[in-house]
Write a protein that binds this ligand. Structure first.
Ligand code: HEM
Length: 413
């Protein structure tokens, strides 16, 4: 068994091209070293569909407990002491626990996002989509991220939880800063300090909001979680705060990416765009294909809970695995012509919402938001044209999101 690091592949993982188009790099990794030890990222990088799914399904051998601590432990002692809030927050709540803790919290949150509850949110989502498009209609132009793909999920998750509209921009800023530390290969001290500071501010703000709901419950998710906490056996206060933070952060950036990356893919494939316009019933399958073709959440993490063997490599207990969801989605062993956008693709068992017990809790909501967003956009503006030179990507190797996506929505502008 060989565990040799291949420095040339590592160069690719830190090359700037990985931000705009990671797929040629993923293909090369999958072909040359599908279970790759990366010195540059300080973890194992898995790019085969079969390996990624096998790890996600097996929570006993591949744990969520301690993954963030293991990442942060690479920092010098003095910085680690400074960023204690990150350690504290990222040891509780759904993404950082295994059963039975995970099962308890997840059971509460599942109730908030069942297909029936999400169906009930449809009229409000439609209203928000209409209002956002009304605002830009007369200008003939849409900056599809800032004007549309960002505000839609941010408003929806804020209203679902019960965040006042006046606090929305502030929470977006905190949320961006909190998750930023996930986006570098090895830990980056300044980014991490910023994440820890944002986390402290968010916690203070949330505790006030929680107290207000305790005094006066409303018809929102924070009130429901507070009620669960007050019953005593379901959720303690640290879990309550961590769960709100998870929902606020997980609930919008990824969906912004689904709408933004999906729209870009569609505009770059005019035949597929035409097909969707002619057959709007394809929207469900189209959204699944947008998720597969260019997911906004490129990788998940697990720690090995015991010594394991993967792809002929021996991996000791306690090591970090980076599960490249974006690479799994383009694996030719699973998807025919994986680099082709095909909005009729069947079956389409992509990994973009994960797999197994941590499968995305917000998937029904994200799917519904995207369906309504695309259907309305194409119906109201049948002549969408991409301004290719304005397309700009964020520099992050976990969240694969556009900074800007300018589109002309009406001819003559
Ligand atoms: C297109 C949009 C979205 C994508 C691509 C996405 C992706 C994912 C993925 C891949 C996971 C599993 C991570 C892992 O196994 O380590 C996950 C988990 C999760 N997602 Fe999403 N997500 C999206 C939207 C949302 C929304 C809208 C919400 C909330 C309203 C949400 C809440 C969660 C939560 C709470 C978890 C943790 C579940 C657990 O650990 O049991 N996500 N998401």
């Amino acid at each position: 068994m060989e565990n040799n690091n291949n420095p040339l592949l590592d160069q690719l993982l830190i090359s700037p091209n990985i931000y705009s188009d990671p797929y040629p790099i993923y293909h090369q990794l999958r072909e040359e070293d599908p279970v790759h030890w990366s010195d540059a990222w300080g973890c194992w990088v898995l790019t085969r569909y079969a390996d990624v799914v096998a790890v996600l399904r097996d929570y006993r051998r591949f744990t969520n407990v301690g993954r963030i601590a293991s990442f942060l432990n690479q920092l010098p002692e003095n910085v680690r002491a400074e960023i204690r809030p990150l350690y504290d927050n990222f040891t509780v709540g759904m993404p950082n626990t295994d059963p039975p803790e995970h099962t308890r919290v997840r059971g509460l949150v599942n109730k908030a996002f069942t297909a029936r509850v999400v169906e009930g949110m449809r009229p409000r989502v439609q209203e928000i989509v209409n209002e956002l498009l009304d605002l830009v209609e007369s200008s003939g132009r849409l900056e599809a991220i800032g004007d549309f793909a960002y505000p839609l999920p941010a408003i929806v998750i804020a209203e679902t939880l019960g965040v006042p509209a006046t606090d929305r921009d502030q929470f977006k800023k905190w949320s961006d800063d909190i998750v930023a530390f996930h986006g570098t290969g090895r830990p980056h001290v300044e980014t991490i300090r910023k994440s820890a500071a944002a986390l402290l501010e968010t916690k203070a703000w949330l505790l006030q909001l929680i107290e207000a709901r305790r005094q006066q419950p409303q018809d929102d998710l924070i009130s429901a979680l507070v009620a669960a906490e007050e019953r005593g056996d379901m959720l303690n206060e640290t879990e309550l705060v961590a769960t709100c933070i998870t929902l606020l952060t997980a609930g919008h950036e990824t969906t912004t990416g689904l709408i933004g990356n999906g729209l870009l893919a569609l505009l770059r494939h005019p035949q597929q765009l035409q097909k969707l316009k002619e057959e709007p019933v394809l929207i469900g399958a189209a959204v699944e294909e947008f998720l597969r073709f260019d997911t906004s959440f490129l990788r998940a993490w697990r720690l090995t809970a015991e010594d394991v063997e993967l792809g002929g490599k021996r991996i000791p207990k306690g090591q970090t695995l980076s599960l490249m969801l974006g690479a799994a989605n383009r694996d030719p062993a699973q998807f025919a012509h994986p680099d082709r956008l095909d909005i009729t693709r069947q079956p389409n068992l992509h990994t973009s919402f994960g797999w197994g017990i941590h499968f995305c809790a917000g998937a029904p909501l994200a799917r519904r938001e995207a369906e309504i967003a695309f259907t309305t956009l194409l119906r109201r503006f049948p002549t969408l044209t991409l301004v290719e030179e304005g397309v700009e990507w964020q520099q992050n190797n976990t969240f694969h999101n556009l900074k800007t996506l300018p589109v002309i929505i009406a001819s003559g502008h």
